[in-house]
Design a protein around this ligand. Structure first.
Ligand SMILES: Cc1cc2nc3c(=O)[nH]c(=O)nc-3n(C[C@H](O)[C@H](O)[C@H](O)COP(=O)(O)O)c2cc1C
Length: 211
């Protein structure tokens, strides 16, 4: 059996000079995202979202990036889920993308706000019917005894395509308004490159971090 401690990989693909990166981290992120797309990174828009509850206890899960805005990034979820409840108690979050095909990591932090009802509607109704139905039948994060009820509700909703599936009011988007963004490029010997952007008095300040 493989000794887990022996698993190691050298990062050799690229380098990152904070001095030559642009001044707006969201534009840099867009470029990196497009490069990851072009490199066929698996589930390129999957990101680990960290939240904290009212007691300061953190929890994380994967969600999907759905938009990049001028001020941040957007994901969609159930507002009544565990993460939704935690966000109601504390709206600060962290996010991390890991793109192994490029030996890159991007970290973001900021405060969430709900996107408008119109934006949530626009995205909800752009989704395949089966995903709309899934959002309706799931009381996300609640304990359930089995999946029979879910399967039956899905069967009913999918049986008649002429019946419109309304967006549940508890389902919608959050925009993370970012104030800290870090780009990481793996380098040999673990002497990685890190470029940090922090919002200070409304302006982005860029620096290099030690690996
Ligand atoms: C690849 C992947 C993508 C996911 N995308 C989403 C998503 O966009 N929104 C969402 O609410 N849950 C998504 N999930 C499920 C979440 O990881 C999580 O199970 C769910 O949101 C419940 O989390 P919570 O109980 O902490 O609220 C995704 C899971 C994976 C593995």
């Amino acid at each position: 059996m493989k000794n887990i401690a022996d698993i190691r990989k050298e990062y050799t693909m690229g380098e990152l000079d904070p001095n030559t990166l642009g001044s707006d981290p969201l534009l840099v992120f867009r470029t990196w995202f497009d490069q990851a797309l072009a490199s066929k990174v698996t589930e390129v828009n999957a990101m680990v979202l960290g939240t904290v509850n009212a007691e300061g206890r953190p929890s994380s899960r994967v969600v999907l990036l759905k938009d990049i805005t001028a001020e941040g990034i957007v994901f969609y979820t159930n507002y009544a889920s565990r993460k939704g409840r935690e966000l109601a108690a504390c709206n600060f979050v962290s996010v991390v993308f890991f793109w192994p095909e490029l030996e890159r990591q991007v970290r973001m932090e900021g405060a969430v706000r709900k996107v408008s009802e119109a934006e949530s509607d626009a995205y909800f109704y752009s989704r395949p019917r089966i995903s709309q139905a899934g959002a309706v039948v799931s009381n996300q994060s609640e304990v359930i005894g089995g999946r029979e009820d879910l399967d039956e509700q899905m069967r009913v909703l999918m049986a008649d395509e002429t019946i419109k599936i309304d967006r549940p009011k508890h389902w919608g988007g959050y925009e993370i308004v970012v104030d800290r963004v870090e780009f990481w490029q793996g380098r040999p010997g673990r002497v990685h490159d890190r470029a940090l952007y922090q919002k200070v008095d409304g302006a982005w300040v860029k620096s290099r971090l030690s690996p």
